[in-house]
Design a protein around this ligand. Sequence first.
Ligand code: FUB
Length: 448
Amino acid sequence: MRYNGYLRFIAVIYIVVMVGNLFSQNPIIRDQFSADPSARVFEDKVYVYPSHDILANEERGRIGWFCMEDYHVFSSENLVDWTDHGVIVSQNTVPWVDSTSYSMWAPDCIYRNGKYYFYFPARAISQEPRRGRGIGLAISENPYGPFKPEPNPIEGVLGIDPNAFIDKDGQAYLYYSLRKIFVAKLNENMLELDSEPVAIENLPDQGLKEGPFMFERNGIYYLTYPHVEDSTERLEYAMGDNLLGPFKVAGVIMDQRLDCWTNHHSIIEYKGQWYLFYHYNDLSPKFDKNRSVRIDSLFFNEDGKIQKVNPTLRGVGLTDASQKIQIDRYSHISDKGASVTFLDTLNTFEGWKTTLDTTNAWIQYNSIDFGNNKLNSINVKAFSQTGAVLEIRLKNADGPMIAVVEIPKSSEWMTVKAPLSEFQSGVHNLFVQLKNNNNVELDWVSFE
Ligand code: FUB
């Protein structure tokens, strides 16, 4: 019965492929909350398997706590345009999961011999709420599904945050956490353990460690993990030449952010560049258990050490000049007279706006692709009760001015068009500056 229900459910959701509010800037998913991103390169595309935060209420979950009932998967070829492939696994369709637990925390997915193995933690039926979680699997022939859940969780594992890794010799490993980080060998079939889990040694003694992510580069194994060194999680890493350890703690990948207690990440190389996927509560500043996935570039020193990543709003990739460019996801902003706030505080999924309210206040948005075909005008979605004048430049404050946009006095938002005095093909930064002492709000700009 239950399995038939699952098949019907899959048939409905499998055909739903959504291109919703998905962006190249941070956060990348803006029509739902998303956390704990496990990014993987499959078939020359990047797939992201995040957790899916929802808000608990009287009917579902525990108010004030994490609440997660299913998983989506997202894919992109350029890290800019993302496709939401819909729900791949739900607490209602996994036979062993307590479908009232809303406990589907951080997952992972790995490819082996023509199949995709999706690992996820959840509370099993009759499991004590506070006694860890089981880790189960769903299997598919495609990275985007449909995934068929296994009837039982993996035997011998109690924990969260599964991370699967296959070494060069073909041996697969399962890392996971339960305050500490554990590792065990996986059988060839990827469904069972092939060794007793052992806690990884030589990591910091004090403070929660979770969310392990293992990768290998130039013969060095990197065990990366969120750790509470002070008051919230920061991303740290240890290096070693054996993936079971010993590892040597090597540094911090991202500092703690006080507004969001958790951080959870993955690291991939794609088209010659390394990327850090992580999360932050961008769309829910007052409640840090509704989080959003972000991406930033990651770099290594020559000795193999990871350079610390400063989280950005701009994120990665090039933004097409003809798209609505959300300049509130800025690269740089003036110290005085410029700020970013939600368009609608009651519906943060609407996104943000920039306010400029002092002469010469500015905002800069980097890496816009203007292409090779001449563009003639700029459109600015703006609102100014007093009227305002904007200068638009390429590069920075000293770069060539390409337009002056006069925003008329108005009591509502309007799209104002102005001619470009100059066109430069290729990739450029955009610099927008207020030239009078009035107040203007900006939603987006685009070129045509
Ligand atoms: O998303 C729920 C939990 O928060 C994850 O399993 C942890 O890694 C932390 O991000």
